[in-house]
Write a protein of this length. Structure first.
Length: 119
């Protein structure tokens, strides 16, 4: 069953965890994201599962920094099948596009702030 890489780290419903030994996937498990969009808890949870790489479509800068501080490598800008992305990582072919997905509420705040200066 093909599982697509999530377009946004904090909004994903589940994490698929690929256990890799000797450049081979030896186990795949799934965990439900218990705190969708509560980025501060996710790095700790992923560390508890022994995760050392996160592959995602988009991720905010704050969440990415928290993961990196937890010694979890982040590859963003990735799309398509998750297992293919994991295989590309094992082959050293995965590249972080350094995408900051931003948050629409931040943009709304900026517009409101500018609008306030015009009054």
């Amino acid at each position: 069953m093909n599982q697509q890489v999530s377009p946004h780290f904090g909004h994903c419903e589940k994490f698929r965890i690929f256990e890799v030994e000797d450049q081979k996937v030896v186990n795949i498990s799934e965990i439900v994201n218990p705190a969708q969009h509560t980025h501060g808890q996710l790095p700790t949870m992923l560390m508890q599962y022994g995760v050392n790489v996160v592959i995602v479509g988009g991720i905010g800068g704050g969440a990415k920094q928290l993961l990196q501080k937890a010694n979890i490598a982040v590859y963003s800008g990735i799309s398509g099948d998750g297992e293919s992305a994991v295989n590309h990582d094992m082959e050293g072919k995965l590249v972080d596009a350094d995408t900051d997905c931003g948050h629409h509420h931040d943009k709304d705040h900026d517009y409101g702030h500018r609008h306030g200066h015009h009054h």
